[in-house]
Write a protein that binds this ligand. Structure first.
Ligand code: AP5
Length: 222
């Protein structure tokens, strides 16, 4: 028998490195990465009614209403690849009501990772972040610059990545964090996210490898 796939949640302030760590985690563990922010930005780019409404909230750094977000994430989680390979939920749930909705559907994490980063560093990361619209890869002008001129020339910036907007997003994060944590106390691990991205990943990698080891040992002892 093979062990059950992993179910992981990753949380943290804006620009704490969730997306960056998710890239590294999916490369190594093959989990399905489901990022609430990415699903919402795709809807905004489609120009749908929900996308237009979502953008109004995102520009203010506020949570997009549940009737838009909850269904989007639920549909993605229910797809066969998420069930078979395991999932990595990024930026979801962000409120008590979202956590309850997930629990009612039977989605509970094996591990809830909280990336902790100081506010000064967060602002610097937001302002220097750039995205490659072709590959979806995340860069930073100072900390992870692109390797080629070709990629550098096509990088874009997110509409909510200004110092003013990140402060609003941070406020929303602080308002909701305790409520979300209260749902996952027994599986929460706080990870220092101030370190370089490979060091942060080493810590997360050890946590995930440990979980898989435990599962294998449990099967072998049957
Ligand atoms: P979302 O897209 O989730 O944004 P966020 O939480 O603000 O997080 P970010 O994507 O900004 O940052 P990140 O932690 O992924 O950092 P990254 O790895 O890119 O949400 C956007 C909006 O959508 C919300 O404001 C809200 O309106 C709405 N929304 C989303 N989820 C919702 C929900 N559940 N309910 C309702 N509304 C919702 O890294 C940042 C930068 O730092 C990059 O440039 C990177 O290269 C660099 N970097 C990363 N790690 C390191 C490191 N260790 N050292 C140096 N540089 C690093």
């Amino acid at each position: 028998a093979t062990p059950e796939p992993l179910r992981i949640m990753i949380s943290g302030a804006p620009a704490s490195g969730k997306g960056t760590q998710c890239e590294l985690i999916t490369q190594k563990y093959g989990l399905v990465h489901i990022a609430a922010g990415d699903l919402l930005r795709a809807e905004v780019n489609r120009g749908s009614k929900n996308g237009k409404l979502a953008k109004e909230y995102m520009e203010k750094g506020q949570l997009v209403p549940n009737d838009i977000v909850v269904l989007m994430v639920k549909e993605r989680l229910l797809q066969p690849d998420s069930q078979e390979n395991g999932w990595l939920l990024d930026g979801y749930p962000r409120s008590y009501s979202q956590a309850i909705a997930l629990k009612e559907l039977g989605f509970e994490p094996d591990l809830f990772i909280l990336l902790e980063v100081s506010e000064e560093i967060l602002v610097e990361r937001v302002v220097g972040r750039r995205l490659d619209p072709v590959t979806g890869k995340i860069y930073h002008l100072k900390y992870s610059p692109p390797d080629t001129e070709e990629v550098a020339a096509r990088l874009t910036q997110r509409f909510d990545d200004t110092e003013e907007k990140v402060r609003l997003r941070l406020q929303t994060h602080h308002q909701n964090l305790e409520d979300v944590l209260s749902m996952y106390q027994d599986v929460t691990v706080k990870v220092n996210g101030n370190a370089p991205k490979t060091d942060v990943f080493d810590r997360i990698d050890r946590l995930l490898a440990g979980l898989l080891e435990q599962r294998k040992a449990a099967i072998e002892s049957l």
